[in-house]
Design a protein. Structure first.
Lengths: 388, 388
């Protein structure tokens, strides 16, 4: 059985789309640097600019407001800084407010000093507590600079979708600036920066079927921009120095275009996710599936089996040929309690398993998951009856 | 003639080696995140660690002292910072000293404030003025912190090879820390961090035939490390957060291994470069070839034709099917005077053409260059005689 495997960990990294692979291979055939002015250089420049349009279209932005980075972590470190510019004038963000259920690369606060980073609560259903956000914004000391708010559009562990429109209105009314981590949302639900999705989006290529090694910040405008994280070259209009990773950017663009066109296929993905959750409820009736009372991504399920550590279960699934995760894969090999569940009031030590799928997932994958879970649950039941 | 083209701009970006392409394709077949603990995650982790050993071997370092980045610009921005740690204790670099002929990503000073960055001179032959370096080190105010010195091993424009051993001794005697930009040196001359090559090296994948999108810092040890440029994840032992660009890193490793084994082929590359310079002297007897009195990389030639702007000549070569550069390709489409020639005392407006080749360059490329130059020089001579 374990000869054929099911990869159900798309939120950690999605399989590379065929179109992205093709775009990469084509880019790899041209040696040139995108800053070179000879014919070869101009040709790779065109690949970068085409990808910029494709990524912009994915979130209804203008291409000139896309800045490519090496990934979402770099994008977060670029945007989360006190030092900004409005045109040529300096502009200061006095304090960073980030939701307690955000990704570690947002919670770490980027270039803010630790004491200038403050978290606001999420509710037990995983949604941002809008009253808590309003309270921290009301208490913000404007003399230190603007309030910078960072929040995820969809949670990487639970899949819970935040009310970004309402958050954006609150932040706007308070005169703040909103950065939205849309890494897990794009390609799974419609994301539209022109329609109340905040001031900046963070995107990642490899979470939507592009290659690892590319990401972007996308602005509603480019009047106000963060001080560069990397200096020493005029690339990306001076916002991000360094030779462009043309192949990864081209692959990102192709994946962005296809994932936009495939949004309608999310109905099928949702049906498979629901089949997976039906299997969980059948084989493990006492399982807790997290975040189900809030809107969720169609591809994600995050569940706990009582009296079982997610880390142990994850290994059991792996041995059965099913790759899924216990929490997020954000740091090297570390598996521990979920800070997202903790933020949802589930306690310090809560762990859970995450199944995350995509349009390439098949009914065979669902069956393999169901069988693996049935076997694991059965073994646990026998263990419990021996202990009783 | 221009149907077949010769790409002679390897110092801007070298053609991807077949072995690197193969390594990338293999890595792209595995979707997983290298931080995931399932079988797929462990498999891509092995690819990253194999590449780490290959890159370490290239410069005779220990694998555990290699930190992968998205490229050399990120590596420079990571190393050039006042904030370091010695174990867990904070350590401050008081001032950055960088050679006037360094790459813009070094001259920009990374995370140092502008006023804390000081340049030291190079001589008219392009070599670092050791007396000037000794003088700035002697004047360094140790109460501000250690002296951090940054210098290139080989110049990206002229190919001039610096006396890194002597520079390292001077810096060590002054109690300073030396960062060596070895981007253009590795794969072309032996580089050995165990043998007096400074405290940290900066490497770039795409300059040695790996893909764009990967680079590294390599330390002589990891006792003393810069504060991370990117935070928010435990990757690279906490020194560099962000999902590893596995395919680019795997390609980097393969290219590093092959470029090390091909060092002996540099004799052939040097012969072709010398043939190119013989052609320059033949067709344009009044041409100036820069840096020829100093040791130079075997693959680089940097030359000026009197009364001709390099930008115009570069376009003429491009139309003849020869891609070469006028200065470095470090910022988007910008071609201007060479700061390296200025540092060598050639004046504010000096420009030059750079030919840079590699082991894949052929005699056909040399012939195409020779014919293009002959035609361009002939046209110039006719223009001059008409004007006379």
């Amino acid at each position: 059985m374990a000869d054929e495997r099911s990869y159900l960990d798309h939120n950690a990294s999605a399989p590379l789309r065929a179109c992205a692979r093709t775009a990469m291979l084509s880019a790899l055939d041209n040696a040139a640097n995108a800053s070179s002015v000879h014919a070869e250089g101009r040709a790779v420049r065109r690949l970068v600019e085409r990808a910029r349009r494709e990524v912009a279209t994915l979130v209804d932005a203008a291409a000139e407001h896309v800045v490519f980075t090496s990934g979402a972590t770099e994008a977060a470190n670029m945007l989360l800084t006190p030092d900004w510019r409005m045109g040529r004038a300096p502009l200061t963000m006095g304090r960073l407010y980030v939701s307690a259920a955000d990704h570690p690369c947002m919670l770490s606060g980027g270039r803010f000093a630790g004491e200038a980073v403050e978290t606001f609560a999420v509710r037990s259903d995983g949604l941002v507590d809008l009253d808590a956000l309003a309270a921290v914004l009301a208490a913000h000391d404007g003399s230190t600079g603007l309030a910078l708010v960072a929040v995820h559009a969809a949670n990487n562990e639970t899949g819970v979708i935040q009310p970004v429109g309402e958050i954006a209105r609150l932040v706007k009314d308070a005169g703040g600036v909103l950065v939205v981590d849309a890494v897990q949302a794009v390609g799974r639900i419609p994301v539209d920066i022109a329609e109340g999705w905040g001031d900046f989006l963070i995107l990642s290529s490899h979470k939507l079927g592009g290659p690892k090694g590319a990401g972007a910040i996308v602005g509603r405008s480019d009047l106000m921009m963060p001080a560069p994280l990397m200096s020493g070259g005029g690339q990306e209009k001076g916002h991000r120095a360094g030779t462009e990773n043309v192949a990864a950017i081209a692959g990102f663009g192709a994946a962005a275009a296809e994932s936009l066109s495939e949004l309608e296929n999310m109905t099928t993905v949702r049906q498979m996710r629901d089949d997976i959750e039906a299997a969980i409820r059948h084989s493990a009736p006492d399982a807790i599936i997290h975040g189900t009372t809030a809107p969720r991504l169609p591809n994600t399920s995050f569940f706990s089996l009582p009296e079982s550590k997610a880390e142990t279960l994850q290994i059991a699934f792996d041995l059965q040929g099913v790759a899924l995760s216990a929490g997020s894969a954000c740091s090297s090999g570390k598996v521990g309690p979920s800070h997202v569940l903790k933020a949802m009031g589930q306690g310090e030590e809560a762990t859970a398993l995450r199944v995350s799928i995509g349009t390439v997932t098949t009914q065979d994958d669902v069956v393999r998951f169901r069988r693996a879970l049935a076997e694991i649950a059965d073994r646990q039941a026998r263990k419990r009856s021996r202990a009783a």
